[in-house]
Design a protein around this ligand. Structure first.
Ligand code: KE4
Length: 429
C-alpha cells in the first residue's frame, strides 16, 4: 500500500479504535494497511489513490447490484430530498415489508431493524418468549452478529482475530447457548435428547458464510427442521448473508426448507443500514406493540434505507432465475480457475460457489465445518490475497470470510480475475 493509505490509517487510528468501525476492515488476517475506499462504480472499487479493484468484498455482501447503481442512487437521492427520517410510519415501509413477504413466503409479517445483529438478537428474544424456553443452539464458526448470547464459538471477525469468545460477555448470557459442529446432525440430536424440552430455537446459516463459505450437507437443514418440529423448538434461518443471494427467496427457497423465523440484512438494504426479522403472524404478533416482547429502534425503517432496499429487491425480482444463474456461473468459473491454478502449482486448494457467493480455501478439501476451515492455510491465503490486491482484485481479507459476486460483474472482470489468479498462484508455487 502507498504512503497516502499508510498516513490515512495512522490518522484513523488516532480517532477510531483500530482505525476502523468494524474489526474485519483492519486487514488483521492478511496484514498490511487496509484499502481506504474513495468511491465505487459497478463491479469496481477505487481507493483514495484512485487505484481500481475488481471488488469481490462488495461491502461484505450487500452490493448485489455493485457500487452506485444509478437506480439505487436515484431513489435514495429522491428520498433524501424529502427528509432523512421522520420517526413515524411511512408508506415506503409498508411497500418494503409487502415485497419481502412476496419474495420470502415464510415471512408473513416483518419488523425492520438497522443491522443483522439487531435482527438475530430480536428473533432469539422472540423465540424464547414464544416457547417459554431459554436455551438456543448455534453452530461453531457461524456468526450471527455480536449480541452477547451469540458470541459463542462465533465465526467472522471473532474467529479471524482468534478471540476467546469475547470478554465482557457475562456467563449468564452464554450459559444457555449450546453449540454443535456445522453439518453434524447427530451432535444436534444429542443436544435435543439431553435438553430438547429446554431449547427455544436453533439458529443456522443455510450456507455458512462466516468461516469461509461452507455448504450444508444433504439432509442437514431438513434434519434440523424435523428435530425442531419434534421438540417444539423454532428453526431460525439467519439469511443475513444468504437472503436474496443464493436464490431470490434465499437459502430457504434454494434448499426448500420453511423456517419458523427468518433474519435478514445486507442485500435487503441495498448498501444502507437495514436488518429485518419475520415469520408467521402467529409468532411475530408477540412483538410490541401488538405483544409484550419489546424491541425498538429510532431509525428502523428509515426512508432512505427503505428506498435503497425497495429498488434493490424490485430489480432482483425483475431479474429472476436468469440473474441468479448468471451469478452462480460467474462464481463457478472463478472457483474453477482457482482450483486448476492451485493444482497446476501443486498447492492444496478447494472451493465452491453457490448463487452469488463463493469460497476459496488453501486446503485439500472437502470443507464441511469449522474444523476443516481452521485447518486451511491462512498464511498462504494472506499471501494470495496481497498478490491479488496488487493486481487490482479485492477479495475478502480473511480465509474465514466469503467472496461475493454482483450482477454488474461480467466477462471483462472475470478475465482480469482469472489472469490475476493464475499469476498469484504461480507466485506461491
Ligand atoms: P451486521 O450486524 O454486521 O449487519 O450483521 C451480522 C450478521 C448476522 N448474520 C450473518 C449470517 C452475518 O454474516 C452477519 C455479518 N457478517 C459479517 C461478514 N462476515 C459482517 C462484516 C463485519 O462484521 O464488518
Amino acid at each position: 500500500m502507498s504512503q497516502l493509505s499508510d498516513a490515512a490509517f495512522v490518522a484513523a487510528k488516532k480517532h477510531l479504535v483500530g482505525g476502523v468501525n468494524s474489526p474485519v476492515r483492519a486487514f488483521g488476517a492478511v496484514g498490511g494497511t487496509p484499502v481506504f475506499a474513495e468511491r465505487g462504480e459497478g463491479p469496481y472499487l477505487y481507493d483514495i489513490e484512485d487505484k481500481r479493484y475488481v471488488d469481490y468484498l462488495l461491502s461484505w455482501g450487500p452490493l448485489i447490484w455493485g457500487h452506485a447503481h444509478p437506480s439505487i442512487i436515484a431513489k435514495v437521492t429522491e428520498a433524501a430530498r424529502k427528509g432523512t427520517s421522520f420517526g413515524l410510519p411511512t408508506l415506503l415501509e409498508t411497500q418494503m415489508a409487502a415485497l419481502v413477504s412476496e419474495l420470502v413466503p415464510s415471512v408473513e409479517i416483518v419488523r425492520m431493524v438497522n443491522s443483522g445483529t439487531e435482527a438475530t438478537m430480536s428473533a432469539l428474544r422472540l423465540a424464547r418468549a414464544y416457547t417459554g424456553r431459554d436455551y438456543i443452539v448455534k453452530f461453531e464458526g457461524c456468526y450471527h452478529g455480536h449480541a452477547d448470547s451469540l458470541l459463542v464459538k462465533a465465526g467472522s471477525g471473532v474467529a479471524t482475530l482468534g478471540l476467546p469468545d469475547s470478554p465482557g460477555v457475562p456467563r449468564g448470557a452464554t450459559e444457555t447457548t449450546l453449540t454443535a459442529p456445522y453439518n453434524d446432525l447427530e451432535a444436534v440430536k444429542a443436544l435435543f435428547l439431553a435438553q430438547g424440552e429446554q431449547i427455544a430455537a436453533v439458529i443456522v446459516e443455510p450456507v455458512a458464510g462466516n468461516m469461509g463459505c461452507v455448504l450444508p450437507k444433504p439432509g442437514f437443514l431438513s434434519g434440523l427442521r424435523t428435530l425442531t418440529e419434534d421438540y417444539g423448538a423454532l428453526l431460525i434461518m439467519d439469511e443475513v448473508m444468504t437472503g436474496f443471494r443464493v436464490a431470490l427467496g434465499g437459502g430457504q427457497e434454494r434448499f426448500g426448507i420453511r423456517p419458523d423465523l427468518t433474519t435478514m440484512g445486507k442485500i435487503i438494504g441495498g448498501g444502507l443500514p437495514v436488518g429485518a426479522y419475520g415469520g408467521p403472524r402467529e409468532i411475530m404478533q408477540r412483538i410490541a406493540p401488538e405483544g409484550q416482547v419489546y424491541q425498538a429502534g429510532t431509525l428502523s425503517g428509515n426512508p432512505l434505507a427503505m428506498s435503497a432496499g425497495l429498488v434493490t429487491l424490485q430489480m432482483l425480482r425483475d431479474g429472476g432465475k436468469a440473474l441468479y444463474e448468471g451469478l452462480e456461473s460467474y462464481g463457478r468459473q472463478l472457483v474453477e480457475t482457482f482450483v486448476s491454478a492451485g493444482n497446476k502449482e501443486g498447492i492444496p486448494v478447494y472451493g465452491h460457489a453457490i448463487g452469488g457467493m463463493f469460497g476459496l480455501f488453501f486446503h485439500a478439501g472437502p470443507v464441511f465445518d469449522y474444523g476443516d476451515t481452521m485447518a486451511a492455510n491462512r498464511q498462504t491465503y494472506a499471501r494470495f490475497f496481497q498478490n491479488m490486491l496488487a493486481q487490482g482484485v479485492l477479495l475478502a481479507p480473511s480465509q474465514l470470510e466469503t467472496g461475493f459476486v454482483s450482477a454488474m460483474h461480467g466477462p471483462a472482470e472475470l478475465a482480469i480475475t482469472q489472469e490475476a489468479i493464475e499469476r498469484a498462484m504461480a507466485s506461491l508455487g
